[in-house]
Design a protein around this ligand. Structure first.
Ligand SMILES: Cc1cc2nc3c(=O)[nH]c(=O)nc-3n(C[C@H](O)[C@H](O)[C@H](O)COP(=O)(O)OP(=O)(O)OC[C@H]3O[C@@H](n4cnc5c(N)ncnc54)[C@H](O)[C@@H]3O)c2cc1C
Length: 274
């Protein structure tokens, strides 16, 4: 077996919490290809790479030479392309995230030379409003869309609904709040599922992403009801949120978008529901 060379370098590691990091990665001696905001790359490390002290011990021995690879959405701008930023959450029992979370600036990592994926704005006509709903690290592709094009105000209205357990897990809170205060067309709605555990009482929304749709919070913020005629909805992250939103949106006439059939709902599942 040909052992893959660790072809990239971590240029910066930004720790959001011990279980959540932003990794900025640059290619070592090769050119970054173009990509569309919303697409994903592949990161890899060998079984010999050490695991984060915050993870669980490995259930079974990994081949020290074999590269463990997983997909990660790109959070950085497709225009600036100075580095590729990934937003990664620790799965304590996982194979790759305990190793990725242990990386420091200057460490080597494998990054796939091509970026892929259909979870992009390419097939959304510009006159549509956008709802970008995510749980946890699922906000990453929206950060790339915003940094690359949405911040320039090309859409009528757009909203990020970000569900997380705790306020410390809202890794792009400052950037999104600043954008919302500077841009009338942008609505940022963070919502916490474990708000009662906050050290400093949380004054924002409590519950799950779906609530902000059903209780009319988004409609009130926009002054307009999102319908299939005026809005496309993106759903990213936890499959439970995605299934629940799909069911709810279907009742309001929204259809899933696919290669074969055009619709208004676009989905990216980060893992399989067990
Ligand atoms: C297109 C795409 C884009 C992705 N983008 C991102 C991203 O931007 N950031 C990110 O952190 N992850 C992202 N993921 C998930 C990522 O690919 C890995 O699945 C994840 O990091 C876990 O890898 P692991 O090797 O540590 O765990 P594994 O050893 O692969 O998984 C262990 C177990 O944990 C479950 N699991 C996996 N992920 C989670 C999770 N987040 N929460 C709870 N259980 C989980 C798996 O179903 C499995 O049963 C993306 C996945 C896809 C398909």
């Amino acid at each position: 077996m040909v052992v893959k060379e660790l072809n990239s370098i971590v240029s910066q590691r930004i720790e959001v919490t011990p279980s959540l990091v932003k990794l900025r990665v640059v290619p070592n001696g090769w050119e970054l290809p173009d990509f569309k905001p919303g697409q994903y790359g592949v990161l890899g490390l060998p079984g010999s790479a050490p695991r984060s002290p915050f993870s669980d011990p490995e259930a079974s021995q990994m081949d020290p030479e074999k590269i463990i690879m997983r997909a990660y959405s790109i959070a950085s701008s497709s225009v600036a392309k100075e580095y590729i930023e990934f937003y990664i959450g620790l799965v304590r029992t996982g194979s790759l995230t305990p190793r990725l979370l242990n990386l420091k600036s200057g460490d080597k990592v494998w990054m796939g030379p091509k970026f892929k994926g259909m979870f992009t704005l390419s097939e959304v006509p510009s006159e549509f409003n956008l709802v970008l709903a995510a749980t946890g690290t699922g906000v990453a592709p929206y950060i790339s869309m915003i940094r690359s094009e949405l911040a320039e105000g090309v859409r009528h209205r757009f909203a990020v609904i970000h569900g997380a357990c705790h306020s410390t897990d809202l890794g792009y809170n400052d950037e999104l709040k600043t954008l919302a205060s500077a841009n009338k067309n942008f609505t940022y709605l963070p919502i916490l599922s474990h708000a009662q555990e906050e050290v400093i009482p949380w004054k924002g929304h409590e519950g799950f992403v779906q609530k902000l749709w059903t209780d009319g919070t988004l409609e009130k913020a926009w002054g307009l009801k999102p319908t299939p005629e005026n809005t496309h909805v993106f759903l990213c992250g936890n499959p439970l949120m995605i299934e629940s939103m799909l069911e709810m949106l279907a009742k309001e006439g929204f259809k899933k978008h696919s290669k074969k059939e055009s619709g208004q709902v676009h989905t990216e599942r980060f893992f399989v529901k067990l």
